[in-house]
Design a binder for this molecule. Structure first.
Ligand SMILES: Nc1ncnc2c1ncn2[C@@H]1O[C@H](COP(=O)(O)OP(=O)(O)OC[C@H]2O[C@@H]([n+]3cccc(C(=O)O)c3)[C@H](O)[C@@H]2O)[C@@H](O)[C@H]1O
Ligand SMILES: Nc1ncnc2c1ncn2[C@@H]1O[C@H](COP(=O)(O)OP(=O)(O)OP(=O)(O)O)[C@@H](O)[C@H]1O
Ligand SMILES: [Mg+2]
Length: 245
């Protein structure tokens, strides 16, 4: 594990140097993926790494966990509450849609959720510009393969250090790095609405996705769900296409 960690830390430093920036930052949610990235960027840039806590109508326990990650990693931190920003922006958009009688209530929850992720992305890039830092993403191999992220939201980042690690491998790295146990053992959640858990929403488990990625046999139904998610989200893993000349 020491070697795996060192390889990623060296890579992060090289990427920073190549981009000619001063440091790295990450959004800290209180979940395991951003906990691992916080510890990694602190190792890569001990004096120039920043963790950004951005509650947006978020669960109080997530914020407590986020603070624990700041402490366990020793990273510098800043908290920016996006609740009011989201209320104003989403409220303005909804009001106009309703005024013009073109509001689609079926899509409200997902549109609300994705705006939270995109407000976080905008906040991170504002800070990155201010500090001359890069924005480090937290997607792991399971999330990347299934496209379980918001396009240009939490998917809108400069570097993805965990993209080759399964969720299980992220857990092993978290233990090695000293991420608090309660964060390692809690249910993965995007925290985009109350009670949301990744596995409920996806209809399969990270254990199944990890096994699938390792080429092992899994039940037909899980395989079908994973392949459908992968195909439906192919556009998120490419740059925007243009027409042929
Ligand atoms: N074929 C295609 N070619 C090009 N673009 C296409 C497209 N199909 C849709 N699109 C575009 O993509 C948009 C849909 O993609 P997107 O906006 O990402 O939205 P979508 O995939 O519908 O939703 C994001 C999913 O990621 C989950 N999530 C988000 C954030 C964090 C986490 C987490 O684990 O923490 C999880 C969230 O719970 C939800 O299930 C459409 O509105 C459309 O603009
Ligand atoms: N409240 C928040 N404050 C700061 N960043 C956030 C917040 N919520 C989400 N993010 C960012 O969005 C990323 C995607 O969330 P995701 O839930 O996939 O990761 P996680 O919370 O670190 O781990 P887990 O998947 O186990 O919940 C987070 O890693 C983090 O960088
Ligand atoms: Mg989470």
């Amino acid at each position: 594990m020491e070697q795996k960690v060192e390889k990623i830390v060296t890579w992060l430093r090289e990427q920073g140097e190549r981009a000619n920036v001063d440091g790295l930052l990450v959004g800290v949610s209180g979940g395991i993926d951003s906990a691992v990235v916080s510890h990694l960027i602190k190792r890569a840039y001990p004096e120039k790494s920043l963790g950004v806590i951005m509650p947006c109508k978020s669960d109080g326990s997530d914020q407590e966990h986020a603070k624990k990650v700041i402490d366990s990693s020793g990273i510098q931190s800043i908290a920016i509450d996006l609740t009011e920003t989201h209320n104003v922006m989403f409220g303005t958009i909804l009001e106009q849609l309703k005024t013009e009688d073109i509001f689609n209530a079926d899509q409200e929850k997902i549109a609300d959720a994705n705006l939270r992720a995109r407000l976080r992305m905008s906040t991170l890039y504002t800070l990155a510009t201010n500090h001359r830092y890069l924005v480090v993403g937290t997607d792991n191999a399971a999330e990347w393969h299934t496209g379980y992220f918001t396009k240009f939201g939490d998917g809108g980042v400069d570097l993805v250090p965990l993209v080759n690690l399964t969720k299980g491998e992220v857990g092993e790295m978290a233990k090695y790095l000293g991420v608090p146990d309660e964060i390692i053992h809690k249910q993965p959640s995007a925290g985009l609405w109350e009670g949301q858990t990744d596995e409920n929403e996806m209809g399969t488990s990270y254990e199944m996705i990890d096994l699938y990625l390792k080429g092992e046999a899994i039940p037909e139904e899980d395989k079908r769900i994973i392949e459908a998610m992968h195909n439906r989200t192919a556009h998120k893993r490419k740059i925007a296409p243009g027409p042929p000349e």
